[in-house]
Design a protein around this ligand. Structure first.
Ligand SMILES: Nc1ncnc2c1ncn2[C@@H]1O[C@H](COP(=O)(O)OP(=O)(O)O)[C@@H](O)[C@H]1O
Ligand SMILES: O=P(O)(O)OC[C@H](O)CO
Length: 497
């Protein structure tokens, strides 16, 4: 085990904050995790308390560092990865947020986005940012905060406030307010960043009424983000790798070549396909986004974003209390056969790609007196595979048909999920040995900046495949199941409250 030149990777996710210490040979030396509360103050609203984000992050960093140091590890750099799009606006003097973090899943600005769409701005936003004009992204959330917190707009114009995605907020706090920066992958999720010119776009800032003095400096993914304070972490450590969590997972899966693809199953599910130095337009409602920029070279990606994956399992546990633990879903799912007939469309926060309907809400079909927690658990797991199938179909229509899907995220610890995925997609599903690919991705980025690795080629093959899943399902059964899913989605989209 190599204990010299270790990296502390911070993974600030939607439901929990994690910190891991990696050695240069990719092994995990220490790890700590803390869940934090979710707030749902209104229909379609999702918020986090920024102090919960900060305190949980600081605590897990301190725990992981203490454990690593007790084992003799020497930590030389920090990587930060984060739930993307989630929007924080804070006071530059006090460092305190002026409103809760508005989470990526939050749909409160659906009407604001609709008004901009109806005014004909969709193409302008799409061509500059690669994104849709949707409440998912940060811009309309920033505008909402400035419109709803008294005096905020004036203070923003005066330069007294700062906006950041969660990476930026954490870097600000870790450096004691010395650095207000974000990386290009996080910037590319705001609806304000021109991914072709690689700069904040003044026209979009005007469109979304976001004053320029709010915005952070945009840097490459392996770059100088200042030093975390010794008063917080026991010693001053450079922060030198930053990426949004889905891009970080793709980097951790070594998706460096055009055509390489990964799918991460956390709270949501996000499929990213590397398209090299070309920003490819999708004709099928996929997003064009920045995969990473390292050593001066940019790579773009096509992305399919599903808002609810593991969140459906969390709902079974915390919302309707029919399971006690996420791991239970595996045995419950296995207890039923394929033709159980229940479909769950988990549009709790609208539907993302390829449907993009922020007003859609979840639905369950096929209930009988015999329906049990096993049916609902299985339908929740199945919905994740069906949604992935929708994304891969959209990618195929855009001309890309992968034959292997690299998976990661909390849900793929579930073998049943991986097998059902390969069955429904009819392609190989590969699970890596180190499933913490998100954290690993920013550990790699920090290592690149510090010169621990020369270039991306030096990283390839570091994270070996643990299990390959292959389909055993007949084409007839697959078609029948997918046909049922299609009907369920159509009915869900057709239902308006
Ligand atoms: N064995 C399992 N089976 C099904 N779902 C699981 C399992 N373990 C964890 N999950 C789900 O995975 C999600 C956690 O994954 P994680 O990658 O940590 O998410 P995030 O980074 O979004 O917080 C939770 O929503 C949880 O319900
Ligand atoms: O918290 P996760 O891992 O579900 O990721 C959230 C995404 O970054 C949202 O775009």
């Amino acid at each position: 085990m190599n204990l010299e030149n270790c990296i502390l990777a911070i993974d600030q996710g939607t439901t929990s904050s994690r910190a891991m210490v990696f050695g240069t040979d990719s092994q995990i030396i220490a790890m700590a995790q803390q869940e934090f509360p979710q707030h749902y103050p209104n229909d379609g609203w999702v918020e986090h308390d920024p102090e919960d984000i900060w305190q949980s992050t600081l605590t897990v960093c301190q725990q992981a560092l203490a454990e690593a140091e007790a084992k003799g590890a020497r930590v030389v750099g920090i990587g930060v990865t984060n739930q993307r799009e989630t929007t924080v606006v804070w006071d530059r003097k006090t460092g305190k947020a002026i409103y809760n973090a508005i989470v990526w899943q939050d749909r409160r600005t659906a009407n604001d986005c609709l008004a901009l769409q109806q005014a004909g701005h969709s193409q302008q936003v799409r061509s500059k940012t690669g994104l849709l004009l949707d409440p998912y992204f940060s811009a309309s959330k920033i505008n909402w905060i400035l419109n709803h917190v008294e005096g905020a707009r004036q203070r923003a114009q005066n330069g007294d406030l700062a906006f950041g995605t969660v990476d930026s907020f954490l870097i600000w706090r870790l450096t004691g307010g010395a650095v207000h920066a974000t990386d290009i992958t996080n910037a590319s999720r705001t609806n304000l960043y021109n991914i072709h010119q690689q700069q904040w776009d003044p026209e979009l800032c005007e469109l979304f009424e976001v004053p320029a003095p709010l915005l952070p400096l945009v840097k490459e993914c392996a770059d100088d983000y200042g030093h975390a304070l010794a008063s917080l972490l026991g010693k001053s450590i450079p922060i030198c790798g930053v990426a949004g969590d889905q891009q970080a997972a793709a980097f951790g899966q070594c998706c460096f070549d055009p055509g390489s693809i990964k799918s991460t199953y956390g709270t949501g599910c996000f499929v990213l396909l590397n398209t090299g130095d070309k920003a490819v337009d999708s004709a099928n409602q996929l997003l064009t986004t920045v995969a990473y920029k390292v050593q001066g070279k940019i790579h773009y990606a096509l992305e399919g974003s599903i808002f609810v994956a593991g969140a459906a399992v969390q709902w079974l546990r915390d919302g309707i209390h029919i399971i006690e633990d996420a791991t239970q879903t595996e045995s419950l799912a296995t207890s039923l056969d394929y033709e159980h007939g229940v479909y769950l469309v988990p549009a709790f926060a609208g539907l993302g790609a390829p449907y993009w309907d922020p007003e859609a809400r979840g639905a369950i079909f096929g209930l009988t007196r015999g329906t049990t927690n096993a049916h609902l658990s299985r339908a929740a797991l199945e919905s994740v595979a069906y949604q992935t199938s929708d994304l891969l179909k959209a990618m195929a229509d855009d001309g890309v048909t992968p034959n292997v899907l690299n998976v990661d995220g909390g849900m793929v610890a579930n073998n049943w999920v991986c097998q059902f995925l390969t069955d429904v997609l009819d392609i190989k599903v590969q699970r890596p040995q180190i499933m913490e690919t998100t954290a690993l991705g920013v550990a790699y980025l920090s290592g690149l900046y510090l010169g621990l690795y020369e270039n991306t080629e030096a990283l390839t093959n570091k994270n070996k495949i643990d299990t390959t899943f292959e389909s055993t399902m007949s084409a007839d059964l697959r078609n029948k199941l997918l046909c049922g899913w299609k009907t369920a989605v159509e009915c869900t989209l057709g239902f308006k409250r």
